[in-house]
Write a protein that binds this ligand. Structure first.
Ligand code: NOJ
Length: 547
């Protein structure tokens, strides 16, 4: 594989292993299933999606209280997903196709069954006691402070341990005790974990809740936020409201300055190897704070996921202002990352459905995601416009309402959607009969064809891969348009976020040539009038400017 900044120029595809492909019919996806489906991702030809890397959500041994984000052994594979040999085979097969492999690193917390925690909780003077965050009750017997779990259903962020008479901190479920990153032994232990996977050939890490690793060592209260009953529901809207309210206060349970020291250490471990990358899950809804996770641009994360972008409503102006502002905040040399979906948020095709046509908007979203300046992350299934699955109450398994976006990948129209021959762990989505890879593969009008065209076009375009970006500000309301340029390659991207036709007189030459369009009936190479440019409802275009 060619060396270099692959993570700047490539497209990264997220796989949630439980839901991607089940090779043994037990209803849960596994590593061998992923290997068997690699040709869909990139077989070296434009008949495949053409992604450059995959990011795998956790496949480590885990009691699955948070479906793998509760790790009981950082250097193994849970039997439900296969074996280390299966992992090695997956990496070898991926690399043979030019696909890099990024794995999830979960350094903020372990499972409560991890041997480190079992030792830590065994007595107050156990040598690993201080590997986790233990604290005494307040004089009135209440928990050490007012911190709450990120999952409202888990309640407070503290659980009392009867045996040793102290509370331990968990930013998520009680089965996920937080590690104490002030302890140098914890830092050393996680270094070893990173080296284990780097030595095995992984190309990088996605670092789970990176912003949580350092918190106020004095464990002082967070300022109070008023959440009402409705904010505690498990719907997407409630989650957004909660986050917006929490964002409005300075918090003591995350984003503490020492986190940057930890990240510099991660970076120096990575820099000891060739060509590796770390992308942070930095769930801070504040662009300035987010930008700090890039450090100088050279010494912390290579990339950081931008949840401000991800959580915008379907409005041209909203996306434009996030992108423009973030570009000005990033240090020189730093490179943005953009994503519109992952395993924690309602899928693109469902999320933007309100008040408009979700499928049409998902096409516009695909053009935006793959033409912005920065590294695009595509969540599995978004390439076919898969919608959230419908989960009947008796099939709910997640603590925080995230089952719909984790319903099985829809490969074909068979009862198990080609995901499994057994009983899938989550129900297959109701649209699987029509919205699936097999049905879209040979249909030039499909979402899959649009994604393929975009990704392969991007590979051949210096302007899209690494060129400059400038947003156009004289656009009509509801239109987000920008120029991507490199040398004499000049591309105009124009996106109509409304359900109405729009006209926009583009400054410069009166005509361009069509390169890509949401509308499959439009032909690449056709001339496009720019005085004015006419955009149909929910239309996105990439136009080459000539002369
Ligand atoms: C973020 C992960 O994406 C999410 O799925 C998980 O529940 C939390 N971190 C805790 O690890």
């Amino acid at each position: 594989m060619a060396k270099g900044d692959w993570w700047r120029h490539g497209v990264i595809y997220q796989i949630y292993p439980r839901s991607f492909a089940d090779s043994n019919g037990d209803g849960v996806g596994d590593l061998a299933g992923i290997t068997a489906r690699l040709d869909h991702l990139n077989d070296g030809t434009p008949a495949s999606l053409g992604v450059d890397a995959i990011w795998l959500s956790p496949f480590y041994p885990s009691p699955m209280a948070d479906f793998g984000y509760d790790v009981a052994d950082y250097t193994g594979v849970d039997p439900i997903f296969g074996t280390l040999d299966d992992f090695d085979r997956l990496v070898a097969e991926a690399h043979a196709r030019g696909i890099r492999v990024v794995v999830d690193l979960v350094p903020n917390h372990t499972s409560d069954r991890h041997p480190w925690f079992l030792e830590s909780r065994s007595s107050r003077d156990n040598p690993k006691r201080d590997w986790y965050v233990w604290a005494d009750s307040r004089p009135d017997g209440s928990p050490p402070n007012n911190w709450v779990s990120a999952f409202p259903r888990a309640g407070r962020a503290w659980t009392f341990d009867e045996a040793t008479g102290q509370w331990y901190l968990h930013s998520f479920t009680p089965e996920q005790p937080d590690l104490n990153w002030w302890n140098p032994e914890v830092r050393e232990a996680m270094d070893q974990v990173m080296r284990f996977w780097l030595d095995r050939g992984v190309d990088g890490f996605r670092v789970d809740v990176a912003h949580k690793m350092a918190r106020d060592p004095e464990l002082l209260d967070n300022p109070l936020v008023e959440l009402d009953e409705e904010d505690l529901e498990t719907t997407q809207e409630a989650r957004d409201r909660r986050l917006a309210k929490l964002k409005s206060i300075p918090r003591r349970d995350e984003d503490w300055p020492e986190v940057h020291e930890i990240l510099r250490r991660f970076r120096s471990t990575l820099d000891g190897y060739d060509d590796r990358m770390a992308v942070g899950e930095v769930y801070l809804l504040d662009l300035e704070r987010l930008a700090r996770y890039y450090g100088s641009g050279q010494d912390e994360f290579h990339l950081a996921h931008n949840f401000v972008f991800l959580t915008q409503p379907w409005k041209a102006e909203a996306f434009r202002s996030v992108v423009d502002e973030f570009n000005t905040l990033l240090p020189a040399d730093a490179w943005p990352a953009w994503m519109l979906g992952d395993h924690d948020i309602s899928r693109v095709a469902s999320r933007y459905d309100e008040g408009g046509d979700g499928q049409a908007r998902a096409r516009v979203a695909a053009i935006m995601l793959l033409t912005l300046r920065g590294t695009p992350f595509v969540y599995m299934g978004d390439e076919i416009g898969q919608a959230d699955g419908e989960i009947p109450p008796d099939r709910v398994v997640d603590v925080d309402g995230r089952d719909p976006e984790r319903s099985p990948m829809q490969w074909d129209g068979s009862p198990g959607a080609g995901f499994s021959t057994g009983d899938p762990w989550l129900p297959v989505g109701s649209q699987a009969g029509t919205v699936n890879v097999a049905a879209q593969r040979d249909d030039p009008a499909s979402m899959l064809s649009l994604f393929r065209r975009l990704i392969w076009y991007r590979k051949g375009s210096a302007a899209l891969r690494g060129g400059d970006y400038r947003s156009l500000t004289d656009t009509p309301g509801g239109c987000y348009a920008y120029l991507r340029t490199a040398g004499d390659e000049r591309l105009l991207v124009a996106l109509n976020f409304t359900g109405q036709p729009l006209e926009y007189r583009v400054e410069g030459p009166a005509r361009g040539r069509l390169e890509l369009a949401t509308d499959p009936a439009r032909s690449p190479g056709d001339p496009v009038d720019l005085h004015p440019l006419r955009l149909a409802p929910d239309e996105g275009l990439v136009v080459r400017l000539e002369g």
